[in-house]
Design a protein around this ligand. Structure first.
Ligand code: GLU
Length: 544
């Protein structure tokens, strides 16, 4: 419980949750005294919470034990809970459950969002461009049809589609993670005495340094080898590996994180370029004192060979999106300042030689790896991990890139998508009812107040100026009833709203002008109706 909530506030919060437990039961039960467990779990899943979510552990354990007692007693599972048992079951995790059902998560309408993700995933499926990396056999063997997308929001809402439980290795995605770890451990000042912050404009494994004889940035091989040399440099190799593994696992919310030894051995076997980079950098004094180059390169290959799945990768991405706190465990894994720096360099350098175009088109920090993974971060909203082995000419997953580009065509996630004036893209952070009703309220009040300036702003922002409220009343009806000629002219002639729209009682705007004796408004409306339908004759409408 938040320590800031004290005294009276705490009591209020408790009482509120007691009500919530009852309301949940009332809204979800199909018969007055029984609630289906399956139904409860299905509705919960629609909010993005999984029943395996660690944060629901207590409630799910109670439900499971009630079910197993039933099996013991009756010989079969019983799907229903009565009110008191239900309340007891959910009490321990009611804060999270209440948040879910009140639609207070960052993506309130999560199931609609998931339907959109499904569509984007399907588009990616038909993209067969690209070829799987072949420099080591472990990568070359992957089936090119494998394709998975996993989402984890900063509230821990989860969604996965496709091959999201197949393990694959991090490869260069690990570069962003080790950089974040090093920054959290040392400071940005210390780390950047060894590595720059500029895109190199060269291929990721190019044998080159910047004018200060440092690697250009931590997202290319030379830079990542240097960040590895800084990571817990005073420990021995085994302990450095353990530390990194443990931290990766914490970023992934304790989900799948393994080590692929055959990838590691193959990487080491085919590493002439990385060895060359290492010696070149040693000659140029790029490493801290006491660095053992052979050990360091082993450590670098081990970081590339850590294995994840799309599922666990999405949690890692969400930890970055959430300022370093893992959303599913609440574990404060990384420092917020380290996240800021990591995301900045992912944005400018994370996607090989496509980084500039990616920042331009997608406008979000991302890092990709030669195994076909793309880790995308929508800061403060969600992490998305895409994985498909075929790579494009830049070494990025073809399907992953397509998915990212389609995603920002659909949602206003691009860094510079303007939240206020872009009505063509959806903002899944906003509740549907909220946007719809607040738009209508703005329109009707502006019409009521005779405020053409405000109506013009609404029109420019792309609002539908004929949107009715729940009674079918439109801005034109209100303006007619109030006799605001300027507003009526603006709506009719600039916005081309129809003067024939009727409210739920069948009244047109002209009826309103007549009823409220707004003579000039009535004449204006009648004329515009006859301009559209020359045979139109006004017949007073009366509702009975
Ligand atoms: N293990 C690869 C290397 O160091 C990383 C490749 C990548 O994902 O960019 O060459």
């Amino acid at each position: 419980m938040d320590s800031k909530i004290q005294g009276g506030q705490l009591n209020e919060a408790k009482i509120d949750h007691v009500h919530m437990e009852d309301s949940l039961f009332d809204y979800l039960c199909e018969t007055p005294d029984k609630l289906s467990i399956t139904r409860f779990k299905t509705e919960l899943e629609k909010t993005g919470l999984r029943e395996t979510d660690h944060r629901l552990k207590e409630s799910m354990a109670k439900i499971a034990s009630i079910q197993s007692e039933n099996i013991k007693r009756e010989g079969h599972a019983y799907d229903f809970l009565d009110r008191e048992t239900f309340k007891k079951c959910i009490a321990d995790n009611i804060v999270l459950i209440a948040k879910a059902f009140r639609e207070e998560f960052v993506i309130p309408d999560f199931s609609t969002f998931c339907q959109d993700i499904d569509k984007l995933y399907e588009k990616g499926k038909s993209n067969t461009a690209g070829t799987t990396a072949s420099y080591i056999p472990q990568l070359a063997r992957f089936n090119p049809n494998l394709w998975g997308v996993s989402v984890c929001t900063v509230d821990g809402q989860r969604y996965s589609i496709g091959d999201t439980e197949v393990p694959f290795c991090l490869q260069s995605v690990g570069k962003a993670m080790t950089y974040a770890l090093v920054l959290s451990d040392l400071s940005s000042e210390v780390v950047h005495q060894y590595v720059g912050q500029e895109p190199s404009g060269q291929p990721f494994n190019m044998l080159c340094l910047n004018p200060n004889n440092k690697p250009h940035n931590p997202m290319i091989n030379a830079g990542a080898i240097v960040t590895c040399s800084l990571l817990k440099k005073d420990l021995n190799l085994a302990d450095r590996f353990d530390f990194t593994n443990k931290m990766y696992k914490r970023m992934a919310g304790n989900e799948y994180l393994s080590f692929n030894n055959s990838v590691f051995l193959s990487e080491r076997e085919t590493a002439d370029r990385n060895f060359a980079l290492g010696y070149y950098m040693r000659e140029n004094k790029c490493f801290p004192k006491g660095t053992n180059l052979i050990e360091l390169l082993d450590f670098y290959f081990q970081c590339c060979s850590a294995e994840i799945t799309c599922e666990s990768g999405a949690v890692i991405a969400a930890t970055l999106a959430n300022g370093g706190i893992c959303p599913t465990t609440g574990d404060k894994v990384l420092q917020p300042a380290a996240i800021r720096d990591t995301l900045s360099l992912m944005l400018s350098c994370g996607m090989y030689d496509y980084s500039g175009q990616f920042a331009f088109k997608v406008g979000l920090p991302a890092k990709s790896g030669v195994s076909g993974g793309v880790m995308l971060v929508v800061p403060n909203v969600m992490g998305i991990y895409m994985w498909s082995p075929p790579l494009d000419q830049y070494g990025n997953s073809s399907r992953g890139i397509q998915f990212c580009e389609n995603l920002v065509d659909c949602f206003n996630f691009h860094n510079y998508d303007n939240l206020n004036h872009n009505h063509e893209k959806r903002d899944p952070r906003v509740r549907k009812v909220d946007t719809q009703s607040s738009n209508v309220v703005t329109l009707l009040f502006s019409a009521f107040n005779g405020d053409v300036t405000d109506l013009r702003r609404c029109a420019i922002a792309g609002m539908d100026m004929s949107t009715p409220d729940y009674d079918g009343r439109t801005a034109l009806h209100i303006a007619a009833a109030e006799g605001h000629l300027d507003v009526i002219k603006f709506l009719l002639f600039k916005c081309k709203v129809s003067p024939f729209a009727v409210d739920r009682w069948g009244f047109t705007a002209l009826d309103d002008a007549k009823r409220f004796e707004k003579v000039e408004a009535g004449e204006l409306l009648l004329k515009s109706m006859q301009d559209i339908r020359p045979d139109y004759l006004y017949q007073p409408h009366s509702h009975d």
